[in-house]
Design a protein around this ligand. Structure first.
Ligand code: ATP
Ligand code: MG
Length: 419
């Protein structure tokens, strides 16, 4: 027996209302903020992700689904969206568009990780980017899109974690201080942190190992080493957030695993329902990325949020979602001739924009009524010899248990007035 591959899952019909509601909310919200949809392909050249995501990241070191295609190309299933979106920005000369260029995407991403609740090998993200503008008001806008998304979904108990990781001018100086401090504690830190100090020193700050925690607490803080420009950018952003009354937690340990992030970095954490996988959203500024990928020097800021984790949180919080639209009538029939007319009537109704089900086979009327009850329709239309001879159809109102004859010529209008 085949099973879905480890870390992947079917999205079953019972979850469809959550997905539909989430997707509708995303599209409406992005439209309101003036973001346009760009969907990059599911796979790109491997080197795009190696450069764009960063060689010393978990994603590139151990999480990519990479393969060689039949033409010998080195390809990778996208582990995130930003690199592909930036490749698209460069390829389509979007630097000539009015700035900032505001783009969003929704779809699957792939990472080879240890599967557990809220962590999968195929998962979905919404990704939102504003490209070409330095203004901290854009950082605010990006955070606000995330904020409003959770608000529109009725999420409770969320916290916005915020930090600045500086820029190529001030970060190296900070990293020197950080490494010097860690050198003094070499004997106390975990093996992985020793490796991080070599490969990607900032990452020691998000180590989860118990014995490293007091070391992290005592570590020098980026905020105290920001250059003038980065400090001003951060202060302005905090000022805007305060003005809007949006609460946030300054978190000096927050660093993105991605090399191209500059200045603002943020995450949204859910308090309930997600257990260990509590980050529902991560984002920040990446002023160095487009140049790194061969485009003109261009600032950018964006975020990505995991849809499965949002849905897990919605379920844990009992968030109500709208029911999907379902057909409200079933066409039943008695006899071969009536069945033929039922087939054409169902088709005519659908063409007229009325959702309709046809009773398949030639079962008893009783069994067709059962089917109508199970499908929870409002009306059953019954066609038999009598009805056909009179050019009519019997309409049964399922809730009221009442029946009436309606002329076949008028049935569309009759139904449209009622549905
Ligand atoms: P984590 O720390 O949980 O591994 P991350 O920092 O790798 O997250 P990002 O690269 O920032 O995650 O991706 C943005 C969002 O995508 C995360 O906040 C999370 O909601 C979601 N996400 C990331 N990896 C997975 C996964 N394997 N399965 C489900 N959702 C994921
Ligand atoms: Mg991860």
């Amino acid at each position: 027996m085949y099973k879905a591959v480890r870390g992947t899952q079917d999205i079953l019909p019972q979850d469809a209302p959550y997905w539909r509601h989430l997707e509708t909310t995303i599209h409406e919200l992005c439209a309101r903020y003036g973001y346009h949809r760009l969907e990059p392909p599911l796979f790109e050249e491997t080197s795009l992700f190696v450069r764009g995501v960063g060689e010393a990241t978990d994603i590139v070191e151990k999480e990519m689904y990479s393969f060689t295609d039949r033409g010998g190309r080195e390809l990778t299933l996208r582990p995130e969206f930003t690199a592909g979106v930036m490749r698209g920005y460069i390829e389509h000369n979007m630097h000539t568009w009015p700035r900032p260029v505001k783009l969003y995407s929704v779809g699957p991403a792939f990472r080879y990780e240890a599967p557990q609740a809220g962590r999968y090998r195929q998962f979905h993200q919404v990704n939102v980017e504003a490209i070409g503008e330095q203004d901290p008001a854009v950082d605010l806008e990006i955070m606000s899109v995330a904020w409003d998304l959770y608000e529109a979904l009725g999420s409770k108990g969320l916290s916005f974690q915020l930090n600045s990781t500086g820029c190529p001018a001030c970060r190296p100086v900070y990293i020197k201080h950080l490494v010097a401090y860690y050198e003094q504690h070499r004997d106390e830190i975990c093996k992985e942190c020793k490796r991080r100090l070599q490969r990607n020193p900032l990452r020691v700050l998000d180590c989860k190992v118990e014995t490293c925690q007091p070391i992290i607490e005592g570590a020098p803080r980026m905020r105290e080493h920001l250059c003038g420009e980065c400090a001003k950018h951060f202060e302005t952003l905090l000022g805007y957030l305060d003005l809007l009354g949006r609460s946030y937690t300054l978190n000096h340990r927050l660093v993105r695993g991605l090399d191209y992030y500059t200045k603002t970095v943020f995450e949204v954490w859910a308090e309930e329902g997600l257990g260990a996988q509590n980050a529902v959203c991560g984002g920040g500024r990446y002023d160095g990325l487009i140049e790194e990928l061969g485009g003109p020097p261009t600032p950018g800021v964006g975020f990505a949020a995991g849809l499965e984790r949002i849905i897990l949180a919605m379920k844990a919080q009992g968030t109500a979602v709208p029911e999907l639209v379902a057909p409200q009538l079933l066409v039943a029939h008695r006899g071969t001739e009536a069945k033929t007319r039922a087939v054409t009537l169902t088709s005519e109704l659908r063409t007229a924009g009325i959702g309709a089900l046809l009773a398949f086979g030639q079962r008893s009327l009783r069994s067709q009524m059962k089917q109508a009850n199970r499908a929870n329709v409002r009306f059953t239309l019954i066609l038999g010899e009598d009805e056909l001879a009179a050019g009519e159809v019997t309409v049964r109102d399922m809730a009221a248990g009442e029946q009436q004859r309606v002329s076949l010529a008028e049935i569309e209008d009759w139904l449209k007035r009622r549905l």
